[in-house]
Design a protein around this ligand. Structure first.
Ligand SMILES: [Zn+2]
Length: 136
């Protein structure tokens, strides 16, 4: 039960990260290579990979739009990860990003009720952004 909910939360937070970054025309820029695309065509890329940190996996500060090329292979190829780091420092400041890395291995224990609450919140926010975007 909690695992299924966790998966749903991960899908939702990635959708929220994509749509909340979109301008009124639904366009976003890849945080790694600056490519411009529709929020529907990008990925919600984790800065600290979701597999390596339960603490940050479901935090919106850790998820931002990336093109599929940059998000592929867990960012292990090319300069995608380095560029993402620079973007994070520009956006949140160096102290915050350092803190993210320090907290990376902390354990965050989430229960069914937490996931349910989270999912409701993400769904509400996604709806808000869907209404905000221009509908052509
Ligand atoms: Zn890119």
């Amino acid at each position: 039960m909690a695992q299924t909910l966790r998966k749903k939360c991960l899908i939702s937070i990635q959708k929220l990260a994509r749509i909340s970054a979109a301008d009124e025309y639904g366009m976003v820029n890849c945080v790694s290579c600056d490519k411009r695309m529709s929020w529907k065509d990008c990925d919600g890329g984790h800065y600290i990979s979701k597999g390596s940190s339960s603490y940050w996996a479901l935090e919106i500060e850790n998820v931002h739009p990336q093109c599929k090329g940059c998000n592929a292979f867990g960012m292990s190829k090319g300069s995608a990860e380095g560029q993402y780091t620079l973007w994070m420092i520009d956006w949140y400041g160096e102290d915050f990003v350092r803190q993210m890395h320090e907290d990376k291995r902390k354990i965050k224990k989430l229960y069914t009720a937490d996931y349910k609450e989270m999912l409701e919140e993400f769904t509400r926010l996604i709806k808000y952004h869907e209404d905000r975007l221009c509908h052509i």
